[in-house]
Design a protein around this ligand. Structure first.
Ligand SMILES: NC(=O)c1ccc[n+]([C@@H]2O[C@H](COP(=O)([O-])OP(=O)(O)OC[C@H]3O[C@@H](n4cnc5c(N)ncnc54)[C@H](OP(=O)(O)O)[C@@H]3O)[C@@H](O)[C@H]2O)c1
Length: 170
């Protein structure tokens, strides 16, 4: 069964979003997001989905909403996180991948955190105002298995680190 991988960029104070957008411009993180998600199903909350500036070719998006009238030609629709997971796992089989990506936002990370096996985290070296946060995680349950400190490029507004966390198996 496909494993759940959360891909998220988090500021030092836990902020992931502001006014239904990203509070920073870090182009290197967007590139990492693309490479981690390409060819995989991607579960998004309706607010994050509607905030996307453009389509995400090569990914199959499953949008979670309570709105029975919601539809999109760019996404499959699910009416609960559990239903999104079932749909995304079927899609993963079709796509020949063993990962389902959880792409946020805050409500969707929180709803699926207990089932998430890995977190591909970008630590953004900013304290910034925002209204969407990554849920508190119990670090004792997670093992840091990789950390990279890439050099900041001209289109990166802040320093950042790429970190992989794996859930410890009990
Ligand atoms: N930094 C990052 O890596 C990152 C990644 C993703 C998003 N973000 C940011 O996070 C913010 C958005 O997060 P958010 O928490 O406000 O919204 P969200 O998680 O993207 O979407 C919330 C919506 O999901 C639907 N939903 C939630 N729980 C549900 C349930 N149990 N059953 C059915 N539908 C459910 C509802 O849609 P309806 O209202 O349609 O019913 C709800 O309004 C934005 O600022 C975005 O830019 C940041």
């Amino acid at each position: 069964m496909a494993e759940l991988v959360a891909v998220v960029a988090v500021a030092r104070n836990g902020v992931i979003g502001a006014n239904n957008g990203l509070p920073w411009r870090v182009s290197s993180d967007l590139k990492r997001f693309k490479s981690l998600t390409m060819g995989k199903p991607l579960i998004l909350g309706r607010r994050t989905f509607t905030s996307l500036p453009q389509a995400l070719p090569g990914r199959r998006i499953v949008v979670v909403t309570r709105d029975a009238d919601f539809s999109s030609s760019d996404a499959l629709v699910a009416y609960s996180p559990a239903e999104a997971l079932r749909i995304a796992r079927d899609v993963a089989r079709d796509m020949g991948t063993d990962e389902v990506i959880i792409g946020g936002g805050s409500e969707i990370f929180r709803a699926l955190l207990d089932e998430t096996r890995r977190i591909e985290l970008t630590e953004i070296a900013l304290d910034t105002r925002g209204d969407a946060f990554f849920p508190e995680i119990d670090r004792a349950q997670w093992r840091e298995v990789a950390r990279e400190n890439p050099t900041r490029g001209p289109r990166d507004e802040a320093d950042f680190a790429f970190v992989t966390l794996e859930r410890r198996r009990n």
